[in-house]
Structure formats: structure tokens, C-alpha cells
Design a protein around this ligand. Structure first.
Ligand SMILES: Cc1ncc(COP(=O)(O)O)c(C=O)c1O
Length: 459
């Protein structure tokens, strides 16, 4: 079977290559993706207009979240043990064991488990001593947890614009947004692909800033041989149910600076240090033994699923190579793989007869392929911006002129707006664990919609 697919793939590429010289640019693009796909499903009437779909409704995608017997056994064992909290369990408990294994997997010396990725980020900000009057530069294109972590420390989230092709922070705009109050940069490894870490680390070093990696989507991915989360001063992860390693709600901070990681522990432990002394201000953000049981049960096989997601993502990227209608997320030099929380692409409507993204997604869904627009608005367009401008806390901490300049800059992030308009994603945690034939369904459905682009306005 594997050999068969290989051969078809080869023939497809040969066909595309041999006809390439004869076709105008948009059709050449279609040939590259369409001819390489299996089957003859890329023409015919759109399913949205009454034709048969590319993918039958009965064909299922892998279930998510991932569950196996080992995970169930760990949870049952924990339930029966009656040891449900990390402070009962102490040094041999699930949370501590998970922290050791997770740190080792990611090449860090230490890990602190938390109740969510948002908590991990907030602990990191606080542990670095960042608070009222300080500024942290981060992305407008992320889960609100990223920004919420900065706000709960009463620091000012300063949003830099994106590189519209990678959906990651644009380092040039990061550097433009640095002020005397800037204390840290929080790059978000969007979709689990590395942000431009070469540039971000260089900017941080030049300006004496800390780097907190939001690797909530980036578990196990590597950049120049280093796992995401281990490149900056601290790295944060989410194990929320949709994440590639998941336990419902959960998170972790990793790092290799002992004093800083001790501070993370103390802060997440309501200000109580490892010796039990109540020494500082901190919330109670501890991971519990059940969450760690679910995580411990899936760690041994997590790398297998990571490799499968990469194989499928590489396959899609190869199939779409040269196709101008859907452009996969740009990767920076040094990117070795990705975690693929989502397989993300930019929809270029000018190559689809100017059909809207909504029309494209509707036609695709009728073909049996559900892609999503993902984040509808950049976070600079959400109500929290007005809220903190009115909030007494922020008005006391930041001069009026600074808040006005912040507001003006925050409202003007055109690349992020473009990303929000063009984004289409295949959800990585579940769908990217399917087989190669399922990936072919994705490609065939896109090409069928492309080949029917003259009729797309009518769906
Ligand atoms: C990039 C990013 N940052 C932060 C978070 C927050 O993590 P959590 O939902 O575990 O609090 C998420 C999760 O959705 C995320 O995707």
C-alpha cells in the first residue's frame, strides 16, 4: 500500500512537471497540487451545488483528545490511591514525576506544572519581577491567555504586528515598540511552528530584555536543535484539551535557571516556597495529581504522534507547493519541525475568482473537508483595550500620554488584520493524525473548489 501511494505520488509530480511549461501561472499551480493528488475527484459539480462530495460523510477523522489504556490505567491508579494533590504526594507523586520527565524531554533542567497555559505565563511574568508600570511585547494573534497573563500582573501588553506570511511576531516591529519600560518579549510560536527566534533573541540581548516563550502550541517542536520553550529565559506550555499533549486544563513552565524556577514554584504555590515558608505574593496555580496522571499516561507515545503530524504537514506542504490559491505558513531558517497545533494557510481570494473565504470554506465543507478561519479578530480589536484604558489601575500606573500612544499603536496592526482575513486551518491535534489518503481528500477538495472557482460566488 505504501509503495502504491509512493508510485502515484511520483507519477503525479512527473505529470505536473511535464505539462508545466504549457500552462499559465494559476493553472500551473493547480496542476502541481491537483495532479499530484490521488483519484479523479478534482473536477465535477461542487457538492454545494448538488454534485457528489470528494469525501463521504461516513469517513471519520481521528478522535480527539487522544485516549489509550495506559492513560486510563494511570487515572484509575491515582483515583484509588487517594493521593490527589501534589502536596499530599510530595516527591514521588504524579506531578513531580511529570515535571521531571517533561523537563528532560525538552532539554530543560526544571519544570513547574500549573493548572493552565495562562497560569504558566502569568507565573513566568511574575517570577521575572514584571508588574505595574512595566511593559511586555507580545502578539495580537494568539489565545487571550497570552495577554491575560500580562494583565493579571498589571503590566502593559504591548502588541507588535505580525509577519503576515508566518503569522508570528515581526521582529522589526518588536524592536520599534521597545520603550524604557519594556521588560520582556513574549513570542508566541503560532500553530506550533517556531517564531523568528534568531532575531528575537538578538533583539532581547541588545536591549537587555527577558524572553518568555509562549510555546503553548509548540510542544516538542525544535529550532536549530533546541526544543521550543528552552530557547528563552522561560518557556510556557498548555495542556488544555485541544492541545497536542492534553489533560483537560493544565500547563507548565520550563527553564534552566535554578533561582528563577524556584521563584516560579513559589509564586504558583500561593507564595509558599519549597521549604514551606510563606514568603511572597502568589496565586494558587498548582497542577493536581489527576491532571499529571493523564499527562504521564500519554508522554511515552507523544513523540509518535508528533512525527505523524509532521509527516502529514510536510505532505500537504509538498502538495500545495507552487499553488498560489492557498499558501502554507512560512517557516523561518532553523525550523526543523513543527508541533502543528493547526496546519495553517493563507487563502488568496484573487486566485479563486474573488470568492470570499466564507464561500470557499462553505464549498469545501460540502466536499467533506472542514477547514476553520480560526481566530476571527486580532486581540487588538477586542474589548479589553477599551477596558484597561478606562480602568483606574492602569490610569494610575501609566502616564496619560503613554496610554494614548499605546492605544494608537494597538489599534494599528494591519498585518494581523490581513492574517485574520486570510487564515484557514486544518486542526492539527486530530485531523493531522489521519492517513495519507485523508490528506489527499483535503488536497482534492481544495482543487475541486479551485477548478469550480467561476461558480463559487453562487454557493
Ligand atoms: C498560543 C497560546 N497561548 C496561551 C494559551 C493559553 O493556554 P490555556 O488555555 O491552557 O490557559 C493557549 C491556549 O489556547 C495558546 O494557544
Amino acid at each position: 500500500m505504501a509503495q502504491h501511494i509512493h508510485r502515484r505520488h511520483f507519477i503525479g509530480r512527473l505529470t505536473a512537471a511535464s505539462i508545466a511549461g504549457m500552462l499559465p501561472a494559476p493553472l500551473l499551480s493547480a496542476a502541481n497540487a491537483g495532479a499530484a493528488a490521488t483519484g479523479n475527484h478534482t473536477t465535477g459539480t461542487l457538492a454545494a451545488l448538488g454534485g457528489p462530495p470528494v469525501r463521504a460523510a461516513a469517513k471519520k477523522w481521528p478522535k480527539w483528545p487522544y485516549v489509550d489504556e495506559r492513560m486510563v490505567a494511570e487515572v484509575v491508579k491515582t483515583t484509588q490511591s487517594g493521593v490527589w494533590s501534589r502536596i499530599q504526594a510530595r516527591e514521588n507523586g504524579n506531578v513531580v514525576t511529570f515535571e521531571r520527565q517533561f523537563a528532560a524531554m525538552l532539554g530543560a533542567k526544571y519544570c513547574v506544572g500549573t493548572g493552565s497555559g495562562t497560569q504558566a505565563l502569568a507565573v513566568s511574568v511574575a517570577a521575572l519581577g514584571i508588574g505595574p508600570g512595566d511593559e511586555v511585547i507580545t502578539s495580537p494573534y494568539t489565545d487571550f491567555g497570552t495577554i491575560s497573563a500580562i494583565l493579571t500582573c498589571r503590566a502593559l501588553p504591548v502588541l507588535a504586528d505580525l509577519d503576515a506570511d508566518s503569522y508570528q511576531l515581526d521582529p522589526a516591529d518588536v524592536e520599534r515598540k521597545i520603550t524604557p519600560a519594556t521588560r520582556a518579549i513574549m513570542p508566541v510560536h503560532m500553530m506550533g511552528l517556531p517564531a523568528d527566534m534568531d532575531s528575537i533573541m538578538a533583539i532581547a540581548a541588545k536591549h537587555g530584555l527577558k524572553v518568555i516563550e509562549d510555546a503553548c502550541q509548540g510542544v516538542l517542536a525544535t529550532h536549530r536543535g533546541r526544543p521550543l520553550g528552552s530557547i528563552g529565559h522561560l518557556g510556557c506550555f498548555s495542556f488544555q484539551a485541544s492541545k497536542q499533549i492534553a489533560c483537560g486544563e493544565g500547563g507548565a513552565v520550563i527553564g534552566s535557571d535554578a533561582a528563577l524556577m524556584d521563584a516560579c514554584f513559589t509564586i504558583h504555590n500561593h507564595g509558599t516556597d519549597k521549604k514551606g515558608k510563606h514568603v511572597t505574593i502568589g496565586p494558587k496555580y498548582r497542577m493536581n495529581e489527576f491532571e499529571a496522571a493523564v499527562l504521564l499516561g500519554q508522554l511515552p507515545t507523544a513523540a509518535e504522534r508528533f512525527r505523524l503530524r509532521n509527516r502529514n504537514a510536510d505532505y500537504l506542504t509538498e502538495k500545495f507547493r507552487g499553488f498560489a490559491g492557498l499558501v502554507p505558513q512560512k517557516k523561518y531558517p532553523g525550523t526543523e519541525n513543527g508541533s502543528y497545533y493547526n496546519y495553517a494557510m493563507s487563502y488568496k481570494k484573487e486566485h479563486f475568482n474573488h470568492a470570499s473565504r466564507q464561500q470557499f470554506l462553505k464549498a469545501l465543507a460540502a466536499e467533506g473537508i472542514a477547514l476553520s478561519p480560526y481566530i476571527p479578530n486580532g486581540l487588538h480589536r477586542e474589548a479589553w483595550v477599551d477596558h484597561i484604558l478606562r480602568l483606574d489601575d492602569y490610569r494610575k500606573m501609566y502616564p496619560a500620554a503613554r496610554l494614548k500612544a499605546w492605544e494608537d499603536a494597538t489599534r494599528r496592526l494591519p498585518n494581523c488584520d490581513r492574517v485574520c482575513e486570510e487564515m484557514v486551518v486544518l486542526h492539527g491535534s486530530g485531523a493531522l493524525l489521519a492517513g495519507q489518503a485523508d490528506m489527499d481528500d483535503v488536497v482534492n477538495a481544495v482543487m475541486k473548489v479551485y477548478n469550480n472557482r467561476e461558480r463559487l460566488q453562487g454557493v
